[in-house]
Design a binder for this molecule. Sequence first.
Ligand SMILES: Nc1ncnc2c1ncn2[C@@H]1O[C@H](COP(=O)(O)OP(=O)(O)OP(=O)(O)O)[C@@H](O)[C@H]1O
Length: 577
Amino acid sequence: MRKIFRYVSPYKLSMAVALLLMGVELAVELIQPIIMGIIVDQGIEGQDSSTIIFWLAILLGLTLVAFAAGITSSYFAARVSQGVGHDIRKDLFQRTQEFSTLQMQTFTASSLLTRITNDVTQVQGFLFGFMRIMLRAPLFIIGGLIMSFTVHVQLATILVIVVPVLLVIMLWIMTKGIGMFQRVQKRLDKLNNVIRENLLGIKLVKAFNRNDHEQKRFKKENSKLMEDNKTALRFMELTMPIVMLGMNVGIVLFLWFGYVELRVGDAEPGEIVSILNYATRMMASFGVFGFLLMMYSRGKASASRINEVLETDAKDFVTVQEPQAKAEMNGSIRFDQVSFSYPNATKETLRQLSFHVKAGETVGVLGETGSGKSTFLQLIPRLYPTSDGKVYIDDQWIEEWGPGVRDKITLVPQEGYIFTGTLRENIAWGNEQASMDEIVKAAKDANIHDFIMTLTDQYETQVGQRGVNLSGGQKQRISIARALIANPAILLLDDSTSALDANTEVHVLKAIKERECTTIIVAQKISSVIDADHIMLLQHGQIVATGSHQELLTNNKLYKQIYKSQLHEEGLIDERY
Ligand SMILES: Nc1ncnc2c1ncn2[C@@H]1O[C@H](COP(=O)(O)OP(=O)(O)OP(=O)(O)O)[C@@H](O)[C@H]1O
């Protein structure tokens, strides 16, 4: 929690004002019982109505002061907590952007989402509570004890016996509570994950009629969250009865001794009223302890989850020391004995890949599913670091390029990703400086321009989140246009034409070829790579053959087999070949 307090620094002044005004409220609260005692002893006992009116007026005036101080303090406390929340969210988001692909995989998207939203809200709530009541309650207990001593030493001693016992019990509850609320936050992560997966795959769920299964999955996590929450809350609720018991025993003792002192003339009725007033107000302060502890425990649990993200060194390219990025990139690629394993994987996904692609060449990559094609592609913009061997772009080791290397390498994933916004914005996302002419050219090359022109709002058509109002092939073509507009030196297509019909695919690949950038096409269909300068066959993470279509057809049995099966069974390949 201490680390989170460094975020308060820019709001020090507001916090000081909030705390100062809270101090005013506290002071008024501490003075009120004394005035009540005076009213009893001098006004009521002495039957002096002018004294009563005088002190009642003072009491009312002080109450108004406390009221104004309370409202202003709340205003400043809200300013601090909202400002801090805003700054933490900003830093968390920035850190997630700097995380490497592997780090993202470790934290998981849903956990990061919970941390940026729910955990920050908990910390905000804690900060606000800290400035408004969290400090006030213990300060009132201490202040109330001191004030009671100024009123009557013997009677106040009874409160001194009860208060420390209660404080120790509260601390014990707090320590246990923190662990419980940490579990609750983790459960919330899991539930978010289930919801996220369900909502993203809702079409699949419906198509497979798996609603019941999904309901069960949700119900299970939801119940676990409820149970953990209940356990934590039940535990916290222990505080209230304990406080009531302790304080009521204290008050009974106090009243008895008060009566004894009153009888022997060692105490005035007003003194008893004052201390009784302190005791009941202290009880109220202890009463909010349960709530405060819950807030603190939750805040602490959330703060540690936030710190975990903020303190993880981002391992993406941004961490590279003194990047020697070159301004231009020609686009040649060289792999030198490159191997790669995913963390915790039992075997290598890619094994000792070595090859050279000249700038401007088109290379096709074929291989059975799971052979490592996508992984291989992701090593080129260094989405993953190699486990062994080196990747060179323009004969410069990729680690020395720095993050700038990605400016000139674009990757089109198989599932075209669409952001909320217009079609124009979606394409221009690849290059914000792009002119409308360039956007149209990219759309034409991706063979999506004609479709866009049929829409009422054309390029200004709004597309829903993840492109819900576009077909798979349309999304793929928008993604290709987005990649083309960045004028990449290296274009990586990860099965990104799989949803296109044969004619459209031919048109798109021809337009890409005319751009003369280095292009790597990962595909399942031979027809997607048939015109490539070279084709690489991957098997179990190794290159088992390379050559042009004709060379492989003549020399490689496996390639010939794939070709024949696709030619005959699916008629995917043009008779020319
Ligand atoms: N993020 C990941 N974490 C751990 N293992 C992974 C990850 N992505 C892929 N793998 C594993 O690496 C291997 C290669 O996967 P990859 O996606 O590269 O294959 P692919 O040839 O592209 O398959 P496909 O044609 O089905 O897309 C697979 O065994 C897969 O289980």
